[in-house]
Design a protein around this ligand. Structure first.
Ligand SMILES: [Fe+2]
Ligand SMILES: [Fe+2]
Length: 375
């Protein structure tokens, strides 16, 4: 039973219809929100399938086969099902959410579901358009995992009458084309940062169970191991193509790390209540996630951004301030709003440029590529 709608339930037929209509409107609304493309919302990607088809994993064959056996073992097969306690916890916890926390939590669920589904679509499209057996099999496993993840979050959105129509989203949301090289950098980062985000939340709530305001967080530990393994797959694919990790490509790697970190920092700071409810402060949470991600990325990236550099920290805060100013200008609208937004864009560009110039730490790549999710 839907605990949110249930509190408002009456026995008349008309009210049922009204509730159903509301819930359909809400689904349209959350699907429309998921379909939006801004600097901060998760996107859908497509790529050059021919180049993906030509990928040769021979240089990392031993580690590859071990990883594929793990996928085949599918140790999370039974994980994405609700247990008996889930509904009970929902009934107790959901009515206690303040309206602000509820709004930020739902925003978090919509953006997480979109981003899980984005992975599902990309991996599935690659699988359908190639014949290379190694990559095809990998993409099938990863799409399987992401579809479970998206479905599980969507179930929680449905409790609030806000389920996303994933079929409609697949058709209506815009797709961004990325060269395979950029897909490798960006997707590797997003998988590993996804792991770092989920495990940081899980560990925090393990220490403070009283702050676990929704049962879905209990699922994060085994869940994030899937994300970790997806990241491992991209690490192996990149290490099989060493040219992606040398020369001018190091500049691209630096760019992608900073772009992913900055986007996360700005977006997370729009949800202060969510972090506070978990006993975090958004900045503290983000730096914990950056630190784990940076540690992991040493398996494949020859450069590491210096997250403790004072200029790095200052630029992150400045990007956040500019983004908030940009939101206010958008709300204001009109000629003045447009001029203010243009000024924000210019300042964001230069601030990102300054961030890019913060010296990076050079790293020697380890001989053994694979890592264990031990954080
Ligand atoms: Fe996922
Ligand atoms: Fe993933």
């Amino acid at each position: 039973m839907n605990p949110v709608l249930d509190t408002a339930r009456t026995d008349t037929q008309t009210d049922h219809v009204a509730l159903l209509m509301d819930s359909m409107d809400a689904t349209k609304d959350s699907t429309a929100r998921a379909a939006q493309d801004t600097m901060l919302t998760p996107r859908f990607y497509t790529t050059d399938f021919k180049a993906m088809d030509a990928l040769d994993v021979t240089p990392v064959r031993a580690e590859w086969d071990k990883m594929m056996a793990e996928y085949e073992g599918d140790n999370n097969q039974d994980h994405f099902k609700r247990d008996a306690a889930f509904a009970e916890e929902l009934k107790v916890l959901v009515p206690q959410l303040s309206p602000e926390l509820r709004k930020e939590f739902l925003d978090f669920l919509i953006s997480s579901c979109t981003s899980e589904f984005s992975g599902c679509i990309l991996y599935n499209e690659i699988r359908k358009n190639i014949s290379n057996p190694d990559i095809k099999q990998l993409m099938a496993y990863m799409a399987r995992d992401e579809s479970r993840h998206a479905g599980f979050i969507n179930q929680s959105l449905k409790d609030f009458g806000l389920g996303i129509d994933l079929g409609a989203l697949r058709k209506t949301k815009a797709y961004t084309y990325f060269k395979p090289k950029y897909i490798f950098y960006a997707t590797y980062l997003s998988e590993k940062i996804g792991y770092a985000r989920y495990i940081t939340i899980f560990r925090q709530l393990e220490r403070h169970p009283d702050k676990r305001f929704h049962p879905i967080f209990r699922w994060f530990e085994r869940w994030c191991n899937d994300e970790f393994r997806h990241g491992e797959s991209f690490a192996l694919m990149m290490r099989a193509q060493p040219h992606l990790l040398t020369g001018v490509n190091k500049l691209w790697i630096r760019f992608f790390i900073l772009a992913v970190y900055a986007t996360m920092y700005v977006r997370d700071h729009t949800r202060p209540m969510l972090h506070e409810a978990m006993g975090f402060e958004s900045t503290e949470y983000d730096y914990a996630v950056f630190r784990i991600t940076s540690d992991i990325c040493r398996q494949v990236f020859p450069v590491e951004v210096d997250i403790d550099h004072p200029v790095f920290r200052r630029c992150m805060d400045r990007l956040l301030a500019i983004s908030l100013e940009n939101d206010r200008a958008r709300e204001r609208g009109g000629m003045v709003g447009a001029v203010q937004r243009a000024s924000c864009a210019v300042r964001a560009f230069f601030t990102f440029g300054r961030l890019y110039l913060v010296p990076v730490i050079q790293r020697e790549l380890p001989k053994d590529i694979r890592l264990e999710p031990v954080w």
